[in-house]
Ligand binder design. Structure first.
Ligand code: PLP
Length: 392
């Protein structure tokens, strides 16, 4: 199977036909335990926390898609992140990107720190800063690219190279792009992590996490931690993620195409202050993104001019759902300052460019022209609201 494209492998992989029944969908095995035929020789499965055929199917599929040797399915993206970070031990130090996902920030600062695992937040787009931040006890580097919500792009190969020079593991959160658009194992990364809740499953109906490695020893360690911590993904949810994966290419192609159109539309709109999208040639990170990813992805952020009318803007938008999360069939509009970064003080937000007027849009499968019209009418409402308050 290995010489097929990732697009074809979404459908035709080790589990495209069930070996027992020839069914073209993987059976959902709910059993929590497995009968052992023989007193001394146990079968492939014993207890479902340690392994289950439905989970095996998803784990093998994601490993194949990322070009890795072993996959692991977890009960959430955060379970995948936290279990992976338990590769570290007391006394170790972690370098981590400063604009990491909020849940990862919380885990590193409030949980890992209690176990004597230190960290330094760095701007991963600044290679000099990364290089200077290694300490004698630094054991791992954690990347997330593009980052949230400003879509800053880290040069994966360059940072991985620095990590290797310092005998460190590299972990990456690949949620925003999926293996279809970015395959970090090929850039030298050791551990690839996904919130499969987002693009991979894609339908806002399941919470799941995945990890992929390409190394026997690391696989053993992650497998041990997965079984020890126990935050596994249930069979029903494994099946939902696999169903989502089958349409990933069609969904992403459509969403990415619309995202480019919206990015250009917003970039030229007089009521928009700034657009953040690494697919735009004018973006600071365009070249790095083009080098390591297939395109800019299906998430963009933008800052409206009339930030004081942000509430009217959000209330006027008719098509996207207003919610946290991303990577779904429906477009999702979110307000980072009160959602993903709600725990961050306002001055910290301002410092990082997460301003009062900043919104993030995860682009779904709606018609591009209708999304443009929706954005435009909501922007006109903000301009009218500001004109009214100015003249009052
Ligand atoms: C959502 C998300 C997570 C956390 O995943 P959950 O499935 O919500 O636990 C981690 N990283 C990124 C980039 C995310 O968007």
């Amino acid at each position: 199977m290995s010489d097929f494209s990732t697009q074809t492998k979404l459908l035709h992989n080790a589990y495209s036909v069930d070996k027992a029944s020839n069914g073209v969908s993987v059976p959902i095995q709910h059993a929590s335990t497995f009968h052992q035929h023989d007193f001394t020789q146990f079968g492939q499965y014993d207890y479902a926390r340690s392994g289950n055929p439905t989970r095996d199917a998803l784990e093998t599929t994601i490993a194949e898609l990322e070009g890795g040797s072993h996959g692991f399915a977890f009960s959430s993206g955060m379970a995948a992140v936290s279990t992976s970070l338990m590769l570290l031990s007391s006394g170790d130090h972690l370098l981590i990107t400063e604009d990491v996902y909020g849940g990862t920030y919380r885990f590193v600062t409030e949980v890992l720190s209690r176990f004597g695992i230190e960290h330094t937040f760095v701007d991963m787009t600044n290679l000099e800063e990364v290089e200077q931040s290694f300490q004698p006890n630094t054991k791992a580097v954690f990347i997330e690219t593009p980052s949230n919500p400003l879509l800053k792009v880290t040069d994966i190969r360059a940072v991985t190279g620095l990590a290797k020079q310092n005998d460190c593991l590299t972990l990456i959160d690949n949620t925003f792009l999926t293996p279809l658009l970015q395959q970090p194992l090929h850039e030298g990364v050791d551990v690839v992590i996904h919130s499969a809740t987002k693009f991979l499953a894609g339908h806002s109906d399941v919470v799941a996490g995945l990890v992929v490695v390409n190394n026997e020893q690391l696989a053993e360690q992650i497998g041990f931690l997965q079984n020890s911590c126990g935050a596994i993904l249930g069979p029903q949810d494994c099946w939902l993620v696999m169903r989502g994966i089958k349409t990933l290419h069609a969904r992403l192609r459509q969403s990415v195409e619309t995202t480019y159109q919206l990015a250009e539309f917003l970039d030229q709109h007089p009521l928009i202050e700034r657009v953040y999208y690494p697919g735009l040639a004018s973006n600071d990170y365009y070249a790095v993104q083009a080098k390591q990813a297939a395109n800019g992805g299906a998430v963009l952020s933008f800052e409206i001019k009339h930030a004081e009318a942000i509430e009217q803007f959000v209330d006027s938008m008719q098509i996207p759902v207003f919610a946290v999360s991303l990577g779904a069939v429906e477009s999702i509009l979110s307000y980072p300052r009160r959602m993903s970064h709600g725990a961050m003080p306002d001055d910290q937000c301002d410092q990082r460019g997460i301003t009062k007027g900043l919104l993030r849009l995860s682009v779904g499968l709606e018609q591009a022209e209708e999304l443009k019209a929706d954005l435009d009418q909501a922007l006109q409402v903000t301009a009218a609201a500001c004109a009214a308050s100015d003249s009052a």
